[in-house]
Write a protein that binds this ligand. Structure first.
Ligand code: G1P
Length: 288
């Protein structure tokens, strides 16, 4: 399959968001606002900008707000029309027509690998993208599109990687491998959240992947970890024994919304960059 053809994307969004409590007691972490949109809307928009219009969001309990967000809201649209709030109306309607979104429920929170596995029937025997619901990529060419281009060239799985600082190594899946050309690594090893002393490198898996369908069989063979979760990184290790896997140090910036502090920082950084609010925030923060 080639970029521009109908590649599908899976957005896992079934995690419990415990690191955000009490913010996420009744709202999914994927619905937390970043400047003026919920996090997951950035992820869906990145997919759409890469030409992906068939999206599967894997949800779990307490995630209905995600479905409602991308659904139409006739009452709201009627009120906005009556009040002549054309700008809001346009923005609300745009969300509904972004993409063709399907929802699958992950019955038990059994890890990222299991969440991806839930989408197997919808994906079938084709390569597909995985885009984590708590990561925002800002780049000229969508990061997932950069991976799709490498996937088309090498006909293999490609995962986005980025150098992480030593104190962050144990928060990420880490790859080991050889750089074979600018930005591109041939992966020899993948370890989920290693101890920094045992890590094969400082290249962290950032949460955007283009995977061959062989990953589903690899997930089936993956043993649960000590938390009884099936890790996607461990499934990739199994896939790597049969197929080549590449890491791609993408062009652009990734904003991790992994905990409350990071989420607040991303909000500030992106508000400062926004054409609508940036200047004002700078001015008013200086006054404080
Ligand atoms: C997941 C993956 C990990 C990856 C990370 C990126 O971990 O398991 O390999 O590096 O996303 O954010 P999580 O952050 O869900 O614990």
């Amino acid at each position: 399959m080639f970029a521009g053809e109908s590649m599908k994307a899976v957005i896992p969004a079934a995690g419990m968001g415990t690191r955000f409590l009490p913010l996420t007691k009744v709202q999914p972490k994927e619905m937390l606002p970043v400047v003026d949109k919920p996090v997951i809307q950035y992820v869906v928009e990145e997919a759409v900008n890469a030409g992906i219009t068939d999206i599967i969001i894997v949800t779990g309990r307490e995630k209905r707000a995600i479905e409602d967000h991308f659904d139409s809201s006739p009452e709201l649209e009627r009120v906005l029309r009556e009040r002549k709030k054309d700008d809001y109306l346009k923005r609300v309607k745009e969300i509904t027509s972004l993409a063709d979104i399907h929802y699958i429920r992950q019955k038990y929170p059994r890890g990222l690998g299991d969440a991806v596995y839930c989408a197997r029937h919808h994906i079938g025997n084709e390569s597909f993208a995985v885009m984590l619901g708590d990561t925002i990529n800002i780049s000229k060419v969508p990061v997932v599109k950069q991976l799709m281009t490498v996937h088309d060239e090498l006909d293999s799985s490609v995962i986005a990687v980025e150098k992480v600082t030593r104190d962050k190594i144990s928060d990420y899946g880490i790859i080991g491998g050889k750089m074979i050309r600018k930005r591109l690594y041939s992966i020899d090893e993948l370890v989920e959240k290693p101890d920094p002393a045992a890590a094969p490198s400082d290249l962290g898996i950032t949460g955007t992947y283009v995977l061959t369908p062989g990953i589903f069989d690899a997930i089936e063979r993956t043993e649960p970890d000590i938390r009884d979760e099936i890790q996607l990184t461990n499934a990739l290790s199994i896939l790597k024994k049969r197929e080549k896997i590449y890491g791609y140090a993408f062009e652009g910036r990734r904003y991790d919304i992994g905990d409350i502090y990071l989420w607040m920082k991303v909000n500030l950084e992106l508000t400062l960059k926004s054409s609508k609010y940036g200047q004002r925030l700078k001015r008013e923060m200086k006054v404080m």
